[in-house]
Design a protein around this ligand. Structure first.
Ligand code: ZN
Length: 290
């Protein structure tokens, strides 16, 4: 565990904004630190790479688990299938191709990769969890590579996607450098991230479920992401809303704090509505970069 004191990008001294905890697995406390210059937020202490495994040891970690056990999971799965089609449209429109090669970083159990494969794309997935990789192989017959295998490969892609994965990576700049090197000349990078300036983040503060410490190591806003991306020679071309996340995150945040799902739903609705008026208030955003 390393206490974060300085911004990894600009070296400014970090300021503590929240004390939160790991609501999902261990109940351990973590701080949210912010760089006054970049506005990047970090989780502190920052667990070592080797120590991360135990923080993912939960049946409720539904990005990686596939069995629907309750209404909450059923709704989650329904929303996921709606989003899969939307993601495919967004990818094809962003790159201007109906068929090409795509790498999904943090592909989990591979639903998105499989959707692309079924529509004729040449697909690859990077996943740190061998358990999720196994599920993906069994269910869809697609094999995944580990982050280290990818970092040492020379394969090029038309599109690289990071759907809610960059915030889990210890050194995202190493990934961004590799992505820059492995994207084809007219390739596109698509990143989805929670937005700590969203209405639901403001409502729940330290209990906001999308801080998800310590699984989420970094926390972004549109402007902080723009700075990091610019330093890595990427320009944000488009920003899209992920409208369902406001509901999912608010219900989860309400549950963390012992409040009812109805109150979470209501706050989700308020956040969703405010994002209609101001995109930068959206719970999660998709960034298309060139
Ligand atoms: Zn900074």
């Amino acid at each position: 565990m390393i206490n974060q004191t300085n911004c990894p990008l600009c070296k400014s001294e970090l300021k503590k904004v929240h004390t939160t905890k790991d609501f999902l697995v261990t109940g351990e406390n973590f701080d949210i630190m912010e760089c006054p210059n970049c506005r990047l937020r970090l989780t502190s202490p920052f667990p070592d790479k080797d120590a991360m495994g135990r923080y993912y040891e939960s049946d409720e970690y539904i990005s990686h688990a596939d069995k629907s056990k309750n209404v909450f999971d059923l709704v989650y799965n329904l929303v996921r299938s709606t989003m899969l089609g939307r993601k495919r449209n967004l990818v094809e429109k962003a790159v201007g191709k109906k068929i090409g090669s795509i790498l999904d970083i943090g592909c989990g159990t591979g639903h998105f990769v499989n959707t692309m494969r079924e529509n004729g794309w040449k697909v690859s997935g990077v996943e740190v969890s061998s358990k999720a990789g196994e599920l993906m192989n069994n269910q869809f017959g697609v094999s995944i590579i580990s982050p280290d295998e990818w970092l040492n490969s020379h394969e090029k892609y038309d599109v690289i996607t990071c759907w809610h994965s960059l915030e889990h990576v210890h050194e995202p700049w190493i990934y961004l450098e590799k992505i820059r090197a492995t994207l084809n000349h007219d390739g596109v990078l698509i990143v989805a991230l929670p937005n700590y300036e969203s209405t639901d983040a403001g409502k729940y503060g330290a209990d906001w479920a999308a801080y998800d410490t310590p699984r989420h190591l970094y926390h972004f806003t549109p402007s902080s992401l723009e700075k990091i991306m610019f330093a890595n020679e990427f320009l944000i071309d488009e920003i899209h809303r992920m409208p369902f996340d406001a509901f999912y995150i608010s219900i989860l945040s309400a549950r963390h704090t012992g409040r009812s799902a109805i109150s979470g739903m209501w706050n989700g609705f308020i956040s969703w509505f405010s994002a209609l008026l101001n995109k930068e208030k959206c719970s999660s955003l998709i960034y298309v970069m060139k």
